[in-house]
Design a protein around this ligand. Structure first.
Ligand code: GDP
Ligand code: IMO
Ligand code: MG
Length: 418
C-alpha cells in the first residue's frame, strides 16, 4: 500500500494533531518525518486536552504503531517528559513506538546555541521556539551530529566531544540556558531511548507497506515554514513539505498516495516574519481569543489574519495536495463578513504568486458573507449556506476538494464529506 501524507499548508498549528488522531483508526502506522519538540500537536477527547511534541498523534489509539523517523530531531529530556505523561495515563509506549536509529539527538548545548544565536540577532530574531532545532539540523548537515543509533556506541565520549565544540562556540555569545541543570534528566532520557525499540525504520516502514499495512505520515510545522520554500530566513530548519516524508522516512516518491493538506479557515503565525494578511484590529483579536491562538509549545500569542489563497495555492502546488482539510471554521461564527486574499499588489501591479520578498506585498481581498450562528455538529449539508459558499470558492480557486471541515477541537467535531 502507498503511504498517505498529512501536512500543514500555512505557518503551522493548523490542527494536524487533531486530524491525525481522528484518522488513526484507518491506519496501522503513524509516522513523524521531520521537526522535533518545536511542534505542539493538540488532541482533545473525553474532555481532556493532550499536547504532543515528538511523539506521533496516533499514540492514543489502540492498534496503531507510531514511528519517529530519521528526519526527526529528538530531545531526550522532552521526550522523557512526554513518555512519562503517557505511561502515567496507562499507555504502553514501549510497545507502540519505534525510533529510527538515524534520527538526530538535540543536546543541551544545542538549546544554548539556539538561544545564543537568537539573542545575537537583535530585532531580526526568527522567533525560534529555542528547542535547539536549528543547531541540531546544522550539525546533521555539517556531518558531526549525534544520532539515536550512537547511544550504544561509545556514547559518553562522543557526547563530550560534541559538547566541547559547542562550548567553544558559545564563548562568543550571550545566553542564560543552564546546560548542567538540563543534563541530568537529559541523560535519563538517553537511558529511556536505549530501552525502546530502535530500528532502521526506513526498512521496517517499506516492509510494512509491502505487506499491505496503511501508513500515515504526520507533518510538523507548515509549508510556509519550510527551509526551502518558506519565508526564509523566518522558517524552521527542516523540510516540512510532502517531499520531507520521502527523505524523513525513506519512502520513495512513488510510494506516496494521498497528500492531505490541512489549513485554518483563516491564518495564524507565531514568531517573526512576513504575514501579508495579518490583522491588527478587532477582527484579529476575535480570531485570537475565540480560536485560543496561543502556542501549544511556547504559550506565545499567535498572530492572526484572513485566509491567504495565494499562499494556499502555492502550498498546494509544492506538496501535490490531493485533498484539503479546513479547520477551525467555528472561530469565524461571529463575523458579519469574512475576507479571503485572492491576489497581491506588488510593486505597482497585481500578482497571484508568492514573491521572495513577501514583506512587500499588499493583499487584495474578496469579501464573503458571514453566517452568524453556532454550528450544528452533524452533516456538511446542514452547515449554513454561507459556509458552503466559502468552501465552494476555495475549491473552485484551488481545484482541490475540501473533504474534511472541522468545527471544534474535539474528535467529534469533525465533518467528513462523502
Ligand atoms: P497542530 O500543531 O497543527 O497540531 O495544531 P495545534 O495543536 O498547535 O493548534 C491547533 C489548536 O486548535 C489546538 O488548540 C486545537 O485543539 C484547536 N483546534 C483544532 N481544530 C479545531 C477546530 O476545528 N475548531 C477550534 N475552535 N479549535 C480547533
Ligand atoms: P507545529 O507542528 C508553529 C516556528 C517558530 C519560529 C520558526 C522557527 O505545532 O505546527 P524553530 O524552533 O523551528 O527554530 O522556530 O518556526 N515554529 C512553529 N510555528 N507551529 C509549529 O509547529 C512550529 N515549529 C516552529 O515559532 O517562528
Ligand atoms: Mg502546533
Amino acid at each position: 500500500m502507498k503511504a498517505d501524507v498529512l501536512l500543514g499548508l500555512q505557518w503551522g498549528d493548523e490542527g494536524k494533531g487533531k486530524i491525525v488522531d481522528v484518522l488513526t483508526p484507518n491506519y496501522d502506522i503513524i509516522a513523524r518525518f521531520q521537526g522535533g519538540p518545536n511542534a505542539g500537536h493538540t488532541l482533545v477527547f473525553n474532555n481532556v486536552k493532550h499536547v504532543l511534541h515528538t511523539i506521533p498523534s496516533g499514540i492514543f489509539r489502540e492498534n496503531a504503531l507510531n514511528i519517529i523517523g530519521n528526519g526527526v530531531v529528538i530531545d531526550p529530556y522532552i521526550f522523557k517528559e512526554e513518555v512519562d505523561k503517557l505511561v502515567a495515563q496507562g499507555i504502553d509506549v514501549a510497545k507502540k513506538i519505534i525510533l529510527s536509529s538515524k534520527a538526530h539527538i538535540i543536546m543541551p548545548t544545542h538549546k544554548a546555541l539556539d538561544e545564543a544565536y537568537e539573542n545575537a540577532k537583535g530585532d531580526k530574531k526568527i522567533g525560534s521556539t529555542k528547542k535547539g532545532i536549528g543547531p541540531t539540523y546544522t550539525d546533521k548537515i555539517a556531518r558531526h551530529g549525534l544520532r539515536v543509533g550512537d547511544i550504544v556506541n561509545n556514547f559518553e565520549a562522543r557526547y563530550a566531544e560534541c559538547k566541547n565544540n559547542h562550548l567553544q562556540i558559545l564563548k562568543n555569545y550571550e545566553y542564560s540556558f543552564d546546560i548542567a541543570a538540563y543534563e541530568k534528566q537529559w541523560f535519563e532520557g538517553i537511558a529511556l531511548l536505549k530501552s525502546l525499540r530502535i530500528e532502521t525504520t526506513e526498512v521496517f516502514v517499506n516492509q510494512q507497506m509491502q505487506a499491505g499495512k496503511a501508513v500515515l505520515c504526520e507533518g510538523a510545522q507548515g509549508t510556509l515554514l519550510d527551509i526551502e520554500f518558506g519565508s526564509y530566513p523566518f522558517v524552521t530548519s527542516s523540510n516540512t513539505i510532502s517531499a520531507g516524508a520521502c527523505t524523513g522516512l525513506g519512502i520513495s516518491p512513488r510510494a506516496v498516495g494521498e497528500v492531505f493538506g490541512i489549513f485554518k479557515a483563516y491564518c495564524t503565525r507565531v514568531g517573526s516574519g512576513p504575514f501579508p494578511t495579518e490583522l491588527f484590529d478587532a477582527n484579529g483579536k476575535t480570531m485570537q481569543n475565540v480560536g485560543m491562538e496561543f502556542g501549544s509549545t511556547t504559550g506565545r500569542a499567535r498572530r492572526c489574519g484572513w485566509l491567504d489563497l495565494v499562499a494556499l495555492k502555492y502550498a498546494i502546488m509544492i506538496n501535490g495536495v490531493t485533498q484539503l482539510f479546513m479547520m477551525k471554521i467555528d472561530v469565524l461564527n461571529s463575523f458579519d463578513s469574512i475576507k479571503i486574499c485572492t491576489a497581491y499588489n506588488y510593486k505597482g501591479t497585481t500578482i497571484d504568486y508568492l514573491p521572495d520578498d513577501l514583506e512587500n506585498v499588499e493583499p487584495v481581498y474578496q469579501e464573503f458573507a458571514g453566517w452568524k450562528q453556532d454550528l450544528p455538529m452533524s452533516s456538511y449539508e446542514e452547515l449554513p449556506a454561507a459556509i458552503h459558499a466559502y468552501v465552494a470558492f476555495i475549491e473552485k480557486e484551488t481545484g482541490i476538494p475540501v473533504t474534511i471541515v472541522s468545527t471544534g477541537p474535539e474528535r467529534e467535531k469533525t465533518i467528513i464529506r462523502k
